[in-house]
Structure formats: C-alpha cells, structure tokens
Design a protein around this ligand. Structure first.
Ligand code: GLY
Ligand code: MN
Ligand code: MN
Length: 464
C-alpha cells in the first residue's frame, strides 16, 4: 500500500466535498465459487482501496463527518484463523498503516449505525455490486434489501468521482507497472499466434504472465479469432492462416492498478492485402484519436473523429462510400464499430463503473446518446489533465448485424453491401491503448507495444 498520508489526504479531500452525515465503505468479503471454502482470488473493493488502502477482507471503513472521526471496523483473528491463515496484524495495527486511530469490531458497527439512525443522521453509501453487501447493508439499516438503494448518495458518488478521476503521480507510476506487464502479455500472444495453436494455450500463457508479475488479469482475457464477438471469452478455436486474432487483455499490479490493451494480429505472422486494408483503417482511427487528446476537448468528439477516420479507411477499401462526415452523422459507422471509443481506467479497468457510468463518463453538460452503437460510449465528457483513459476503436464484421441492416437497406447510400458479403468471414479488429491526459496534451502510457503492420510482423517473426 502507499504511505499513510496518501490515504489521509484522500479522506480529508473527501470530507471537504460532502456536507454532513456518515460515509460508509463496505470492504469486500471472500466469495465462493463451488463450495464455501473454495474461494475466488480475493479482490478488495476499489473505493475501499482508494480511501482506506487495506487489502484484506471483512473490513468496513466509516467517516463520521459530524463527529469528525474515522474508523476501521473489523474482527481480529482468532486461533482457528491463525492455524489456517497464519498470524495477521491486529485491526488496530492495520488501521494505523492508513492513518486511522479508531477501530472496533464488526458488532460495534451495527450499534454505531442504529444510533446514527435514531439521531436522524444521513448515512451515505455508494451503489453495491455484490449481493453479500446488499444483505450486510440491509441488516445494518434494518430494511429490506430492496430499500438499500435509498441510502445511495449522489453527493458521495460525485465526490468520489471528482477525486478518483484525477490520477496522482504515484497512481500513474502504478499504471505504468501494469503496462509493463501488458507489454509482456501482448508480445507473447503475438509470438504464439501460429496455425495449429488453440486459443486457450495462448490465453493461459499470458494469464500466467499477469499472475507471475502482478496480481492477475484486470478482466477476463478476450482472445479470439472471432473478434467480431466483442467480449469473446471462448478459447477453444484452433488458429488458421487467414484469420485475425484479437487479444484484449491487461493486468493488475499488486496494488490493483490496471492496464487494458488490445492488439490484433494475423495468424501466421503476415498480413494479407485484405487484412492490411482494414487494419490500417483501425490503426489510423486509433492514432488520430490519440493525437487529438488534450484537456478541454469532449471525449465524445474524439469518438466521432475516430469514427470518421475509420469510415475514410473503409471508403478506401470500397466497403463504404459517399462523404465520411455525412456517414458518421447518419451513424452508418456503427455497423462496423457498434461500441464506444473508450473509458477511464485506474483501480478498476472500467474505472469507477460501479458508481454508475453516467456519473463517471458524463456530467451536467454532456448527456449520453441513446442511439444504436453510440449509446455504448461509456465516456463523453470534457477531458481534464490527470484523467487516464483507453482509446480502442475497432472494425467488426458481424454476420447477423450485416444481414439485419442489409435486409432493411439501412444507410445504403454509405455502405457497399455487395462487397460486404465477402467480408462476413473476416472476424474483427480492435486496437487499444491507455492514455494519460496531460496539462498540454497526452502521453501514451507504457513502453510502446507493437501496433504498426511492420512492427507486428517483425515481432511475430520471433515465434515461440
Ligand atoms: N475490458 C474490455 C475493454 O473495455 O476493453
Ligand atoms: Mn480492453
Ligand atoms: Mn477497454
């Protein structure tokens, strides 16, 4: 964890942003997968990690704004725990490491909350994403699990977003470490992408890298020769020449900061002419979007810039036609890229998404679109220095979607449906980088992971 003053400073800033009441942060518990004692890899809640730093289960952080006190609630280990888990620091020792003097066991939390309720004080929570939290909170508040949402505080959500969205220097250093791990994962994936390999051999190998060098993957690996399925977690295909293989994967550091990178490569190490045309269109969209990143610009505008560059590339290969800007205006590009350009990244790979995408990626001045494709843009708001975000344009040939649009003759003035038929076996391409918005522009985080056609072919030539 960071030094205690980091967490104290963060909590002090939070206290200055919320008016009164109690701020309650439920840390995560262990979660079981097929029987109680067989648990998933433990992952602490990111808000808890950000403000309280402790990476252990069954802890609750509480900030009492009215009494000006901070607490960690948790139970000290007993002899059974020591036998199975080894000796553990006491809750008081742990709390001191993050600058908190007051501790008590979990039974005292219920008394604290009921007293505050009797006094009619406001209790602020952020939205829950685990049912165990819902049950714990329902018990604490003495309400049905359906009523727990009434305690979710927009004031708290907005305060957290305003702090977590601007990355501190020490956080950027952590994200760079996650990028180093991603570099090894992706160059390994490229070098393994040869005919006859099964996708899971590559996915398993690169997941092993994330475990060996950090704290596992930041999300389940997407690795597929069917990249047209955006979040494809099936890893059973055997690689064949002529296919493009998408690898969308990132790591968490031991401090739980994420990376999120996508590379797409031709199986066998050499792009054919058809692959080059589509790949270059996506790469140009990726690079033009990155180039445009600076404080003050709305990310929604960068999304549409990437879409326009993609359309220009598709016009070059004959799949689209007409005026690129008009095609984007008509949202004709969403046949090929039915998702948003990117999202923020930090302690979560989709940073703060549990707080609600619209609070995180949008604000009073930037409202989310509801139209097909564009509605998936997780972030549209104006950029500020210190934001870390992804830029991940793609081009996908989704047979069912092509058939649907073709049957409706949708956007036929911009789409060459005749030629498109022959691309239905193409798969998909996505190219994703992680970017820091700086005072003057932007910085691509991590050492460059090969992405030009020449650099990918050169990397793949070093086969493993
Ligand atoms: N985790 C998938 C993505 O957002 O890139
Ligand atoms: Mn990704
Ligand atoms: Mn992403």
């Amino acid at each position: 964890m960071f030094l205690a003053h980091v967490y104290t400073n963060r909590r002090n800033k939070l206290k200055s942003l919320v008016n009164s009441g109690i701020l309650l942060f439920i840390g995560n518990q262990e979660a079981s997968y097929n029987y109680l004692a067989n648990t998933y890899h433990f992952r602490q809640d990111s808000n808890f990690l950000y403000f309280f730093g402790l990476d252990l289960y069954n802890l609750v952080g509480l900030i009492d704004l009215d009494e000006k006190k901070e607490f960690i609630f948790g139970n000290d280990v007993d002899m059974d725990d020591i036998i199975w888990m080894g000796p553990q620091p006491s809750i008081a020792e742990q709390a001191m490491q993050v600058g908190i003097e007051n501790t008590a066991d979990l039974s005292a939390l219920a008394r604290y909350i009921s007293k505050a309720q009797e006094q009619g004080r406001k209790i602020h929570i952020s939205p829950t994403y685990r049912n165990t939290h819902l049950i714990q909170l329902a018990d604490l508040f003495g309400v049905s699990h359906k009523e727990v949402k009434n305690f979710v505080s927009v004031e708290l959500i907005k305060a957290i977003v305003s702090l977590r969205e601007i990355k501190e220097e020490i956080e950027i250093e952590e994200i760079e470490k996650a990028m180093d791990i991603a570099y090894d994962m992706h160059t390994t994936s490229m070098r393994m992408a040869y005919p006859g390999r099964v996708e899971r051999e590559i996915a398993g190998t690169i997941e092993g890298i994330s475990l060996a060098k950090g704290s596992a993957v930041s999300f389940p690996i997407i690795l597929s020769v069917h990249g047209e399925t955006l979040h494809n977690h099936y890893h059973g295909n055997v690689l064949q020449v002529g296919q493009m293989m998408v690898t969308d994967a990132g790591a968490e550091t031991t401090m739980h900061y994420a990376s999120d990178i996508t590379r797409t490569v031709p199986v066998g190490g050499k792009f054919n002419e058809r692959q080059k045309g589509i790949y270059q269109a996506v790469l140009d969209a990726n690079m033009s979007a990155i180039e445009a990143i600076r404080p003050g610009i709305e990310y929604r505008d960068i999304h549409f810039l990437a879409a326009k560059v993609l359309v220009e590339g598709l016009i070059k290969v004959g799949l689209m036609k007409g005026d690129a800007a008009a095609a984007v205006q008509a949202e004709a590009h969403t046949l090929f890229m039915p998702h948003g350009l990117g999202h923020q990244m930090g302690l979560d790979v989709h940073d703060m998404e549990s707080l609600g995408e619209n609070f995180v990626g949008y604000d009073e001045n930037t409202k989310r679109a509801t139209s097909f494709g564009t509605a998936y843009l997780r972030m549209g708001k104006k950029l500020k220095a210190g934001i870390v975000l992804t830029v991940e344009p793609g081009c996908y040939f989704i047979p069912a979607l092509i058939d649907q649009w073709k049957s409706e003759n949708k956007n036929a003035e911009f789409i060459n449906y005749g030629l498109l038929e022959s691309y239905k076996d193409f798969g998909g391409i996505r190219i994703e980088d992680d970017i820091l918005v700086t005072e003057t522009g932007h910085r691509i985080l991590g050492k460059p992971i090969p992405k030009t056609i020449d650099d990918i072919e050169a990397t793949m030539a070093n086969k493993i």
